[in-house]
Design a protein around this ligand. Structure first.
Ligand SMILES: NC(=O)c1ccc[n+]([C@@H]2O[C@H](COP(=O)([O-])OP(=O)(O)OC[C@H]3O[C@@H](n4cnc5c(N)ncnc54)[C@H](O)[C@@H]3O)[C@@H](O)[C@H]2O)c1
Length: 453
C-alpha cells in the first residue's frame, strides 16, 4: 500500500464545515477500492466530527459506521458523509452500549473513539477484543486500573490501539524533536510542559451554545460541559496531562530506553470555577453552591529513569492566554515555548542571550511537515489533526504498532490517578508502574525522522 502512495490532488472541500474543519482536501493517497480501510466513528460530537471531516477527505478510507447516543449528532454526521459523496453509514446509538454492535460489524476494520473520558477505555478495550484497530482521543485513561486494562488487553489480543495525541505532531514540537534527535540540546536534563488553557467557557454553557455562554454543567448543559466539568467537581488531579506530556515523553524516549519512575504533585486552592459561575450566573445560581474539588493550578514533577525531571502544569480554571508551556533543556542549551526563544551555547547569536526560535524552527522543520504541511494546515488545530489521523490510518492499514501505543497511553494517563493521590497526601511521591514489564530497557524509539507518518 505504501508503494502506491502519492500526492494526487488538492481541491475544494465539499461538505459542511465547523470552525475547525478543513477547507481543502488532502486526499493524496491513490488507493484502490478494495484496499480501503473501513473506519467506524464512535462519538460524533465536536471532536468526532472534526475527525470525520478529515477522514472524508481521504481516498484510502471508507467511513462505514457511526455511533452516537445523540440522534442530532448522527444526523449531522450522516449529512457530512453524504455531502462528501460517501455511502450511507450504518448507525448506532440506541443506548450507551450500542457501540458494541458497531464493533461486531465485519465492515469495520478500525475505530476512532471521540467520546467523554469515562467511555474511552471501555470502548478501546471492547474494540481490541473485537479485533478492531482502535484510536482513542485524549486523555486515554482515568484510573490506574484503566491504564493497565489498555496494556493487558493489547497484549492479550495482539490488537493495537493508538492514543490520538495531536500535539505530538505540532509543527514546533516536531521541529524541536528533530533538534533533539540531532543532538542540538546535548544530553537532555529537564523539561516543562502542561495544559494551560482557560476552559471556563468550555466547562459551562447555557445548554444551547457549546462555548462562551451560561453557567450550567451536567444535564442542563451540552457538549463538554455535560461531562467534563464533573471531573473538576470530584477530583483534585491533573485530569488532562497528555497534550503537554506526550511530546516530552517522545523526546525523552519514555517506554523506549527510559521510563517515568515517580512523581510528586501539589495543588493550589480552587476558586476560578466558583468565581466564574458567580460572574456569569449570579451568586444565587444553583451552581454557585457547588464545591469544586480541583485546585486551579496543579503542578507535578516526574523523575525519569535516565535522571531527568519533567514539570507538568494543569491550569484550566483561571483567566489566562493559552500555552502548553514547553521547555526542553539539555547540556548545550534549551528551547522555551513561552517567549518563542532558544539558546544553544556557541551557536546562539550572543552568549547568555536568547535567540528568537523562528529561524531555528524553520531550519529544523520536520520532514513530515515539509512534505505535508500545505495539506495539513487546514485540518484543524494548526495542522496537527491531519498528522495524528494520518499516522493512525497508515498504522491501521499496515496493521502494525502505531507511534503512540498502549504503553504510551497508559504511562501518560497514569499522571491523573498518581497526581490525585500525591495531592491528597501533601505531595508524597508516587511510583509509576512499569507498564512495559521491563521491556523499556530494550524497546527502541520509533523512527520519527521520516516523511511518511
Ligand atoms: N485532541 C484534541 O485537541 C481534542 C479537542 C477536543 C476534544 N478532545 C477529546 O475528544 C473527546 C470528545 O470531546 P468533544 O469535544 O467531541 O465532546 P462532545 O461532548 O462534543 O462529544 C462527545 C460525543 O460522545 C457522545 N457519546 C457520549 N456517550 C456515548 C456512548 N456511550 N456511545 C456513543 N456516543 C456517546 C455524545 O453524545 C457526544 O456527541 C474527549 O475525550 C476530549 O477530551 C480532544
Amino acid at each position: 500500500m505504501n508503494s502506491r502512495r502519492k500526492f494526487l490532488q488538492k481541491s475544494a472541500l465539499v461538505g459542511v464545515g465547523t470552525a475547525i474543519a478543513p477547507n481543502l482536501t488532502y486526499s493524496m493517497f491513490d488507493t484502490s477500492q478494495n484496499s480501503k480501510l473501513n473506519v467506524g466513528l464512535i462519538g460524533a460530537g465536536l471532536r468526532g466530527t472534526n475527525h470525520l471531516n478529515n477522514l472524508l477527505l481521504r481516498k484510502d478510507v471508507n467511513v462505514t459506521a457511526i455511533c452516537d447516543i445523540d440522534p442530532n449528532r448522527i444526523s449531522l454526521a450522516k449529512d457530512l458523509i453524504s455531502k462528501a459523496g460517501g455511502k450511507a453509514p450504518k448507525t448506532f446509538g440506541s443506548n450507551d452500549l450500542d457501540y458494541r454492535n458497531l464493533l461486531a460489524l465485519k465492515e469495520v476494520d478500525a475505530v476512532v473513539i471521540a467520546t467523554p473520558w469515562l467511555w474511552h477505555v471501555r470502548m478501546t478495550v471492547d474494540a481490541m477484543k473485537a479485533g478492531k484497530y482502535a484510536g482513542v482521543e485524549v486523555s486515554a485513561a482515568n484510573t490506574m486500573e484503566e491504564c493497565w486494562d489498555l496494556v493487558n488487553v493489547h497484549e492479550q489480543t495482539g490488537t493495537h490501539m493508538m492514543i490520538l495525541e495531536n500535539v505530538n505532531y505540532r509543527r514546533d514540537v516536531l521541529a524541536v524533536l528533530n533538534m533533539v534527535e540531532q543532538n542540538v540540546f546535548g544530553e537532555l536534563v529537564h523539561f516543562r510542559c502542561g495544559y494551560q488553557h482557560d476552559l471556563r467557557h468550555v466547562k459551562f454553557n447555557d445548554g444551547k451554545t457549546a462555548y462562551g455562554k451560561g453557567a450550567e454543567f451536567g444535564d442542563k448543559a451540552i457538549s463538554e460541559a455535560k461531562w467534563r466539568t464533573a471531573h473538576s467537581v470530584k477530583r483534585n488531579a491533573d485530569v488532562y496531562p497528555t497534550h503537554g506530556l506526550g511530546p516530552i515523553a517522545v523526546m525523552t524516549d519514555i517506554n523506549r530506553g527510559n521510563r517515568f519512575v515517580s512523581m510528586t504533585s501539589h495543588a493550589t486552592k480552587g476558586i476560578g470555577l466558583h468565581n466564574y459561575v458567580v460572574e456569569v450566573g449570579g451568586e444565587n445560581h444553583p451552581n454557585a453552591q457547588v464545591k469544586f474539588k480541583q485546585g486551579d493550578v496543579i503542578t507535578s514533577t516526574i523523575d525519569t529513569a535516565n535522571g531527568q525531571t519533567i514539570i507538568i502544569t494543569h491550569d484550566c480554571n483561571l483567566p489566562r492566554p493559552y500555552s502548553l508551556g514547553f521547555r526542553v533543556q539539555g547540556s548545550k542549551g534549551l528551547w522555551e515555548n513561552d517567549g518563542d526563544r532558544i539558546y544553544v551555547e556557541g551557536q546562539s547569536k550572543e552568549a547568555h542571550s536568547w535567540d528568537d526560535d523562528a529561524d531555528w524552527l524553520k531550519k529544523y522543520d520536520h520532514p513530515l511537515w515539509q512534505k505535508y504541511g500545505a495539506y495539513a494546515l487546514d485540518a484543524g488545530h494548526g495542522g496537527m489533526d491531519f498528522f495524528v489521523l494520518n499516522s493512525f490510518i497508515e498504522s491501521a492499514k499496515a496493521n502494525i504498532a502505531p507511534p503512540l501505543d498502549a504503553y504510551d497511553a497508559a504511562a501518560w494517563s497514569a499522571v491523573t490517578p498518581l497526581s490525585e493521590i500525591s495531592v491528597a497526601n501533601n505531595g508524597e511521591p508516587q511510583n509509576f508502574p512499569d507498564f512495559t514489564r521491563g521491556m523499556w530497557i530494550k524497546r527502541k524509539p520509533y523512527k520519527w525522522a521520516k516523511d511518511t507518518y
